[in-house]
Design a protein around this ligand. Structure first.
Ligand code: FES
Length: 138
């Protein structure tokens, strides 16, 4: 199995690792098959801009690399833009993943959407989007 340089870079030197205290939205997701867990924290300002984003991933290298890349792709962007971020876009930004590892990238998309849903629940905004579940994937 061969990983791209970008995957190796984000795996060995992941960006935005950690927690945000008093985060506006937190999303915890897991893949039941491999047991990997990802926790995503979002800080959102009054204009719906994600001003900070941090993650903790207890999982495989591909899951760590995709969560790292996903935080970079949503940071500084609006919630609407973040909700449009698909796992394939994250994989593309990493110059690809081996096919057996693509399911790991679904966790990152799911974690961000779950964190946004948590924020919506907190502020009483209806959750009007679907969250694709990583564990439904083969
Ligand atoms: Fe579990 Fe990659 S093997 S997320």
């Amino acid at each position: 199995m061969k990983y791209s340089e970008k995957v190796m870079d984000h795996f060995t030197n992941p960006r935005n690792v950690g927690e945000i205290e008093n985060a506006d939205g937190v999303g915890v997701v897991g893949n039941a098959k491999c047991g990997d867990i990802m926790k995503m924290y979002l800080k959102i300002d009054e204009n719906d801009v994600i001003v900070d984003c941090k993650f903790k991933t207890f999982g495989c290298g591909a899951a760590i690399a995709t969560s790292s890349m996903a935080t970079e792709l949503v940071k500084g962007h609006t919630i609407d833009e973040a909700l449009k971020l698909t796992n394939s876009a994250v994989v593309e930004a990493l110059d690809g993943l081996p096919p057996v590892k693509v399911h790991c990238s679904v966790l990152a998309e799911e974690a961000i959407k779950t964190a946004v849903a948590d924020y919506y629940n907190k502020i009483g905004r209806p959750v009007d989007f679907e969250i694709e579940k990583a564990h439904d994937e083969e």
